[in-house]
Design a protein around this ligand. Structure first.
Ligand code: NDP
Length: 236
């Protein structure tokens, strides 16, 4: 029987590449994104179903989860939606700080909560989350982004203790730099007192020779995590 993956943030980058790879491997793909009406590639694939989902909306998460499960069992949930709030903390508004955590951390928590009952009932299922190397190390002028990914790391490890007894797996993907639309979709704030540090950091991560992966390479890691049958927590 065909397996099904549910993906958040499938409109671009890692999420989109993962949707395409799993569809090519013969999986059913439920590709969620904020504006499925703008999608012009995934909607042409036979085994891909597009659904609207903004992971900051609890109501929409609950509704879309039910719609997805009404189509049949979901085997893998790929919690991937996210963006970066970059710049010094002093320059960020409270709204920007809250939104970073609501998207990158609470979005994952809420989607996971919505799927746990169906996974527990089937005694099967796997949650894969796009964390980051920024979930394992700290970088300057990205404290809230780093915090959102560090939160995911501790949360995942703790959650694996309570879900493994039901045959439910938890895995995190921790990429370094990946060529995606994240740069364009990030929110950057600044303050002149921090410009020197910020400029140094941004120059360092865009220097020639910095290893940059493609979305397709990360999609392959997601596929490995989904199919390797291990209980490995971290895919660095
Ligand atoms: P992209 O910007 O290309 O993709 C991000 C995706 O997340 C888009 O589909 C975007 O949708 C979606 N998204 C953002 N906010 C929301 C929201 N509130 N609800 C639903 N979807 C949302 O970047 P990446 O592919 O790089 O990012 C994917 C994940 O990878 C993120 O979690 C990111 O933190 C992580 N990551 C990225 C790295 C990199 O260097 N690129 C490195 C390590 C981790 P929309 O089109 O509507 O904005």
């Amino acid at each position: 029987m065909k397996k099904t993956i549910f993906i958040t943030g499938a409109s671009s980058g890692i999420g989109k590449a993962t949707a395409k790879l799993f569809a090519a491997k013969g999986w059913n793909v439920i590709a969620t994104m904020r504006k499925p009406e703008n999608e012009t590639e995934l909607n042409l694939l036979d085994n891909v179903k597009l659904l609207p989902l903004d992971v900051t909306s609890l109501e929409q998460i609950q509704d879309i989860t039910q719609q997805a499960l009404a189509l049949g069992p979901v085997d893998v949930v790929f919690n991937n939606a996210g963006y970066a709030l970059l710049g010094p903390l002093e320059a960020a508004t409270d709204e920007q700080v809250v939104r970073q955590m609501e998207t990158n951390f609470l979005g994952v928590v809420r989607v996971t909560q919505a799927f746990i009952p169906s996974f527990r009932a089937r005694k099967a299922g796997l949650f894969i989350t796009t964390s980051s190397s920024a979930g394992l190390m700290a970088f300057p002028v990205s404290s809230m982004y780093d915090a959102s990914k560090w939160a995911l790391e501790g949360w995942s490890e703790s959650l694996s203790f309570e879900l493994s007894q039901f045959g439910i797996g938890i895995k995190n993907i921790e990429p370094g730099l990946v060529a995606t639309e994240i740069g364009d979709k990030s929110v950057t704030v600044s303050h002149p007192e921090y410009d020197e540090l910020a400029n140094k950091f941004f120059a360092a991560i865009s220097a020639p020779g910095m290893g940059v992966s493609s979305s397709e390479q990360i999609a392959e890691v997601v596929y490995e995590a989904a199919t390797d049958g291990t209980d490995t927590l971290r895919y660095v």
